[in-house]
Design a protein around this ligand. Sequence first.
Ligand code: ADP
Ligand code: MG
Length: 219
Amino acid sequence: MFPNKVLFITGTNTEVGKTVVSYLLAKFLKKQGIKVGYWKPVETGVEKYPADGKLLSSLLGQPLEETVTYTYKLPLAPYVAAQYEGKEIDLTLLREKFNEHLNKYEFLIIEGAGGLAVPILRNYTYGNLAKEWNLPTLIVGRARLGTINDCFLTAYYGKSLGINLVGFVLNGFTGKDLSEKDNPRVVEDMTQLPVLVKIPQSSQPLDLEVDFSPLLGKV
Ligand SMILES: Nc1ncnc2c1ncn2[C@@H]1O[C@H](COP(=O)(O)OP(=O)(O)O)[C@@H](O)[C@H]1O
Ligand SMILES: [Mg+2]
């Protein structure tokens, strides 16, 4: 048996940097010789190939079809895309895939879609999934103004569900936004969760080398 670990990466919204954080974390773990797997249960807005899955599969050498289970063309929340496209998400299938990946990789990174309250089914969100599967959950938020509210609400919802929230990664520090200096401290104070990693804004974010060691003791 592998001493396998799992981390669910959610965000305060879509486009906040979940995939970039997944990529940088996978790169960090891979460098340490850890067998990393990436899995996105549902990806929407898929043209030809799932974009997030493709990025991670090329980094990790994982088969593309293994990185994403459900794909939908429309760029909508999974439940809504599934309604339009007539292909309902089967939680039993997702659970099977989860178990397969967990047995195969030493460290499995699971990326959500959008934020924690995004529905997978009617009345079933990523937060419900994280609770049911007992997933240690990392919240990616923006560095800039607005993040206090976003982070607080995500943590509040996660706590209300009883999820194991490990903390935050704040992404996109520019050094120019006045709020950036105080956001980490205020987010920590209001949520009583740590800001584990801060990531700068970069023209080549995937080339960044980020130290994720503060996260490792939490998973
Ligand atoms: N630190 C960063 N610096 C610059 N661009 C970033 C950074 N993090 C994310 N981005 C860009 O922002 C967009 C959204 O990031 P992504 O990781 O895809 O978000 P999500 O997975 O949460 O939807 C992408 O174009 C990505 O390259
Ligand atoms: Mg993504």
